[in-house]
Ligand binder design. Structure first.
Ligand SMILES: [Zn+2]
Length: 148
């Protein structure tokens, strides 16, 4: 077999090996996340997991959708859970961090607002203004007052 053919075959094999390793890592993380999920939120009968990546997966438990993400440094690794919730104002789905069962209960009994709606309620706009923009606005107002 000539070099070109062997090289292409080697590249394909390496690619396949990487894909296998990726799937394995995603499966390992999903298994870890399920274990951790049960440790934090208690046992769930109806639980399905959707593998995504080596550091994230989706968990559906009793009809509630969660997202698990691997966090931490090289030496300290933990899993953070987020629950998919619907904004009580605009109906948009977003994720909200949950650390325990009471957090989940809170979200269920008092549905939160998404970031945009929170901004709108607080500042009357969804645009996040930078410090510089706010200073410029103040200066403009002052100049207007002074020039009057
Ligand atoms: Zn909203």
């Amino acid at each position: 077999m000539n070099l070109k053919v062997r090289a292409i075959r080697a590249a394909r094999e390496r690619y396949e090996q990487i894909e296998i390793e990726k799937l394995k890592a995603a499966d390992q993380f999903a298994q870890k996340a399920i274990k951790e999920f049960r440790a934090v939120f208690g046992d769930v009968e109806d639980l399905t997991v959707k593998e995504m990546d080596r550091d994230e997966c989706e968990i559906i438990a009793d009809g509630l959708k969660f997202w698990a993400q691997k966090k931490g440094s090289e030496y300290c690794i933990y899993i953070k859970f987020y629950m998919h919730v619907r904004c009580r104002k605009c109906g948009k789905w977003f994720t909200h961090p949950v650390q325990n069962l009471a957090d989940v209960g809170d979200l269920l009994s008092r549905p939160p607002m998404c970031e945009d709606c929170q901004m709108l309620a607080k500042y009357g706009t969804t645009e996040v203004k930078s410090e510089a923009e706010r200073v410029m606005e103040m200066l403009r107002e002052i100049i207007e007052i002074v020039s009057d």
